[in-house]
Ligand binder design. Structure first.
Ligand code: C5P
Length: 300
């Protein structure tokens, strides 16, 4: 029996999320810039006759938004990789990324499981093929493999690493109630029936990352789903204003929400903003980015 092995994958923030009009296949064309930030899910795998997946949550996460047994994206990873043969596995997911929060926690689990199972089953899948399988699993999964800062085109699955010369301090405010990504996109279609076919380009964010300047990035950040998420959850507007009043350079809804993130000038400033928000939002987290994509870790 080989020892269990653990792969860690990070949450993402969309620094830019330009959304075009819905395509014939039901997806929306995106021009997006992802950044991996230091909130992580771990996936541990060990050899087993049968296939099983269990999930353990950080104390601040609520299990109501978790998928049913057998319907986890990690089950889909197992089915995809076992195409090429392979026995069972005992899979344990330890979640710290907000669930249904717009930070791609499910995609992080999928990416971590791909890397872990590929190793456990000695499949030696080439990187290009792993990226293609990741795109089958979900639009954000290729980025979760890659990490760092990257541009996403297509429906978000066509990722290119970006030169990023900065390090950024974030305050992350998850929400007790998740938002469903498909529901947010459907609401976007309703609010913007005349959306342009081409998504708004990410150029200003690309420039800010190249310079590596938080102040420039704060001004450049943009999310076409922010207004949509606020329309569904008007309280998010108040939270954004409060964080900025407390000293954040800029607040932004993360992806399809409802998690709200604040870019701060420094880790110290992020601590001060988090402390000011905590009385009303007891679960307020600190993070930094960019960080690595799915990678093997030693767990003591
Ligand atoms: O690709 P993923 O499984 O993450 O997408 C979940 C849902 O989000 C899709 O079924 C679709 O409703 C919506 N989506 C979209 N356009 C994208 C990405 C996701 O409409 N580019």
């Amino acid at each position: 029996m080989s020892a269990p092995l653990t792969v860690r994958a990070a949450a993402k923030i969309n620094l830019h999320l330009g959304v075009g009009a819905v395509r014939d296949d039901g997806f929306h064309p995106l021009d997006t810039v992802y950044q991996a930030v230091s909130l992580y899910d771990d996936v541990q795998v060990e050899p087993a006759e049968e296939w099983s997946v269990s999930t353990e949550l950080a104390s601040y996460l609520d299990d109501t938004a978790l998928p049913a047994v057998g319907a986890n994206i990690v089950d889909a990873v197992g089915r995809l990789l076992r195409r090429s043969g392979g026995p069972g596995a005992k899979v344990q997911i330890s979640k710290a990324i907000p669930v249904a929060g717009g930070m791609a926690g499910g995609s992080a689990d999928a990416a971590a499981a791909m890397v872990a199972l590929d190793r456990l089953w000695d499949l030696e899948t080439p990187d290009e093929q792993l990226l293609a399988l990741a795109a089958e699993l979900g639009s954000d999964v290729p980025f979760a493999l890659l990490g760092g800062s990257a541009r996403g085109l297509g429906r978000g699955e066509l990722v290119t690493p970006l030169p990023d010369h900065g390090s950024y301090a974030w305050v992350v405010v998850p929400d007790e109630l998740g938002l469903s990504t498909p529901a947010v996109y459907r609401h976007y279609d309703k609010l913007f029936p005349d959306a342009p076919a081409e998504p708004r380009p990410a150029n200003r964010v690309l420039e800010a990352l190249f310079v590596g300047d938080s102040g420039r990035l704060a001004v450049a950040m943009h999310n076409d789903l922010e207004e949509v998420a606020i329309d569904l959850r008007p309280d998010l507007g108040g939270l954004l204003a409060r964080g900025e009043a407390e000293g954040a350079l800029r607040g932004l809804v993360s992806g399809s929400g409802p998690t709200v993130v604040f870019l701060c000038e420094s880790p110290e400033s992020a601590q001060a903003v988090a402390a000011a928000l905590q009385p009303q939002h007891p679960v307020t987290l600190l993070a930094h980015g960019p960080v690595a994509g799915a990678h093997l870790v030693e767990v003591m």
